[in-house]
Design a protein around this ligand. Structure first.
Ligand SMILES: Nc1ncnc2c1ncn2[C@@H]1O[C@H](COP(=O)(O)OP(=O)(O)OP(=O)(O)O)[C@@H](O)[C@H]1O
Ligand SMILES: [Mg+2]
Length: 458
């Protein structure tokens, strides 16, 4: 049971929200405006504030932001959920920057509002336990299911500890980290330890969903929605109902699709392509990216409001080179799996080999380590794999992707090199402009200009 303060000048709203909260086992107090709200808060005991943005005839939201600022100054730990109009999402973004926990847009459904409130309360409780000492791997394993996630470095345990604490809430989680660090594994662990574990876990790789296919892929379509739509098709959100949807490579989402994603994350509702019937869906959203989303926001390539929808909780999976202590356990794990497949039950790793492996930089992180272990096992018949075996395996990997030496002086102009490099990057990333641009150290618009200049069609 939690005591919630509902601040709105509209009595019909405070009354209906109070009833909703009561049914959910909470207690609500109503305040018609900022002054009343602050004086009630001074009495203490509140676990959460749900507040409107306007309390007079004004519609600018200035009053709401001022109240939020007052609350955050005096009770910085108290979670505040904002109620905003759909049209004024910019206001919600300002509120989130000013420390609000979440925002719901009007008109909301009871389920949506309750989910947002319960999530904020659940997270608050999880934060309350944050000061406790970091649990050990054994402690985590007795209470949670982290099978398949190898490692006990404090940096990894920190991640697993947060996973354990936020898994039971419905909070949206974004998992960041370099390529191959185990983001997908973490997303799966979140689902497995949540109340939705019996429900589906649906993965969508947004890097592979073009803006033309986005709606039919995510929301489904009805028969006849377009020429090839010969039958109804369920979208990914539909398939994930009651479970978790994993939005992988969210940073690759094209601007046109970002708006549509925002709407479904906001309202948990959508219309299948070719249908006017709105469907609502109960899903937990977990996303992942190896890109720097705040930087994309700063460059205007990713919507800030969408970022706030995704990152109620941000989980960063550290690179493997930052937790070398986990290398031996990972090596043994991958070697055992590969040895079984290849009937090499007696294969082991020498001590010097483990030390050598721990000293490597691992730009491709755990995935790269796994591949090297598998390759090295296949390359030698020796039972105990030594450092020189792994070094030979690594050299072979380097051979697969040779580091191009520069062409002889006088053979190419800068323009020609630029053109060749762009073509190479496009080929390497299968025509994915965002990835090619990132690899080239360019913004997307800058890459477009160069494509035009060189007459390249991706
Ligand atoms: N802690 C770990 N224990 C065991 N296996 C791991 C661990 N971390 C990563 N892996 C393995 O490494 C590989 C890459 O992991 P995963 O796909 O989760 O990485 P990712 O961060 O999603 O990578 P990308 O950014 O390229 O999508 C997988 O085979 C996964 O099983
Ligand atoms: Mg991944």
């Amino acid at each position: 049971m939690a005591l919630v303060l509902v601040v709105d000048d509209d009595v019909s709203i405070t009354t209906s929200v109070a009833l909703l909260l009561k049914q959910a086992g909470h207690v609500a107090r109503a305040a018609a405006g900022p002054a009343e709200a602050l004086s009630l808060l001074e009495g203490g005991g509140f676990a959460l504030v749900l507040q409107d943005m306007n309390f007079s005839r004004q519609t600018s939201g200035v009053e709401g932001l001022a109240l939020l600022a007052d609350i955050k100054t005096r009770w910085p730990q108290l979670p505040v959920v904002l109620m905003t109009a759909w049209g004024s999402i910019g206001l919600a973004v300002q509120g989130m920057r000013a420390g609000a926990s979440d925002f719901v847009t009007k008109p909301w459904t009871n389920a949506q509002l309750l989910q947002s409130i319960e999530t904020a309360l659940g997270l608050q409780e999880a934060r309350g336990r944050r000061d406790a000492a970091l649990p050990t791997r054994d402690e985590l394993d007795t209470a949670f299911d982290f099978s398949g996630v190898i490692g006990s470095d404090p940096r990894l345990l920190k991640v697993l500890d947060v996973v354990a604490r936020v898994a039971p809430t419905d909070a949206s989680v974004i998992v960041t980290g370099e390529s191959g660090t185990g983001k997908e594994l973490v997303a799966e662990a979140l689902h497995r330890n949540s109340r939705r574990r019996e429900g589906p876990f649906v993965k969508v790789n947004l890097g592979g969903v073009s803006s033309t296919l986005f709606e039919s892929e995510m929301f489904g379509h009805v028969k006849g929605a377009f020429t090839d739509a010969r039958s109804d098709r369920k979208g990914r959100f539909d398939l994930a109902a009651g479970g978790t949807i994993f939005l992988d490579e969210i940073g690759e989402l094209e601007p046109g699709s970002q708006v549509k994603m925002l709407r479904v994350l906001q309202d948990r509702s959508y219309e299948p392509l070719g249908s006017s019937a709105t469907r609502s869906v109960d899903v937990r959203v977990v996303s992942a990216t190896n890109r720097d989303l705040p930087a994309l926001v700063a460059r205007g390539e990713f919507r800030e409001d969408l970022l706030y929808r995704l990152n109620l909780i941000a989980l960063h999976v550290p690179a493997l080179r930052e937790r070398p202590g986990d290398v031996p356990a990972l090596v043994h794990h991958f070697l055992a799996a590969a040895a079984q497949v290849h009937h090499r039950a007696r294969a082991t790793v020498t001590e010097p080999a483990l030390r050598w492996l721990q000293a490597q930089p691992w730009p491709g992180n755990v995935r790269q380590l796994r591949q090297l272990v598998e390759r090295t096992l296949l390359m030698t018949d020796r039972e105990a794999l030594g450092a020189e075996d792994f070094a030979a395996g690594a050299a072979m990997e380097a051979g697969e992707a040779p580091r191009d030496a520069l062409p002889p002086a006088g053979s190419m102009t800068i323009d020609e090199i630029e053109r060749a490099m762009i073509v190479k990057c496009l080929a390497r990333y299968g025509g994915n402009l965002s990835k090619a641009a990132e690899a080239l150290g360019l913004s997307r618009p800058a890459l477009y200009r160069r494509l035009e200049k060189h007459g390249i069609t991706p």
